[in-house]
Design a protein around this ligand. Structure first.
Ligand SMILES: O=C1O[C@H](COP(=O)(O)O)[C@@H](O)[C@H](O)[C@H]1O
Length: 245
């Protein structure tokens, strides 16, 4: 089942990030109370990393030993490259809280076990996702940023990756946004999440927001296909929402 998208509009990115961070803490704590463990998917990008820094400032009652952490996509570069979504997430949050490293699941880097074989790295991450017995866990929340052309994770318009219906994770080459080689969860994997949150700020994204929420196809505007089974929340600042009715 897919939930109708809900729009939450804030004056600016800072207000958006603070509201999303507070809600993220609430979802994690509620999942830990209900199921003992929370399962989240992190994203890169400006708002996604800012959310992690805001959670670091106000972590509420999160039990850091009982949170499984995955990434929705990764730039396929060396582990210490500042472009890595993992590295940015570690600097913003994970290096500062007592997470259980066995529950932190970064995607491979080019200086890791698969070298520059992005397909092998993607296959490996599919195995990581499947370790719990389902091809993809039922994530409590999957965070997403969105690019100005509507990309989410590393799913760009009109690419094989955004059309992928079988694999949970694929390698992507020749991305229009650098770095060119990436690894990404596919839309069917994103849709395993109970809640999908899109964190979108800035006028440059207003057109894609309007198209995604106006019924565009996911091949044209990948964010249109990013939905959760229980909730799909669009956290928008006024600029990003400026072309909505
Ligand atoms: O390249 C990426 O871009 C998106 C959006 O980033 P933003 O800075 O425009 O918000 C991001 O969510 C994704 O994880 C990342 O790899």
């Amino acid at each position: 089942m897919t939930a109708a998208a809900e729009r939450l509009i804030f004056p600016d990115q800072s207000a958006l990030v603070n509201a999303a961070a507070a809600r993220f803490v609430g979802v994690v704590v509620a999942a830990q109370r209900e199921r003992g463990i929370a399962t989240v998917v992190l994203t890169g990008g400006g708002a996604g990393i800012a959310l992690l820094a805001a959670v670091r400032d106000n972590p509420g009652e999160i039990d850091w030993s009982n949170i499984e952490i995955y990434w929705g996509d990764e730039r396929f570069v060396e582990a210490d490259d500042p472009e890595r979504n993992e590295l940015q997430a570690r600097h913003a949050l994970l290096d500062h809280v007592p997470v259980d490293e066995a529950r932190v699941h970064p995607m491979a880097a080019t200086d890791g076990r698969f070298g520059d074989d992005a397909d092998a790295a993607a296959r490996d991450y599919a195995t990581v996702l499947a370790a719990g017995g389902h091809p993809v866990p039922e994530f409590d929340v999957h965070l997403l940023g969105m690019g100005g052309e509507g990309h989410v994770n590393s799913l760009f318009p009109h690419t094989p990756a955004v059309r992928e219906q079988q694999a949970s994770v694929v390698a992507v080459r020749d991305c229009p946004k650098p770095p060119p080689t990436r690894i990404t969860l596919t839309l069917p994997a994103v849709r395993r999440a109970r809640q999908v949150w899109l964190l979108v700020a800035g006028e440059a994204k207003a057109g894609a927001v309007t198209e995604a929420l106006g019924g565009a196809s996911e091949v044209d505007v990948p964010s249109a296909g990013a939905t959760g089974s229980e909730a799909t929340l669009w956290f928008l600042d006024r600029a990003a929402a400026s072309r909505l009715d």
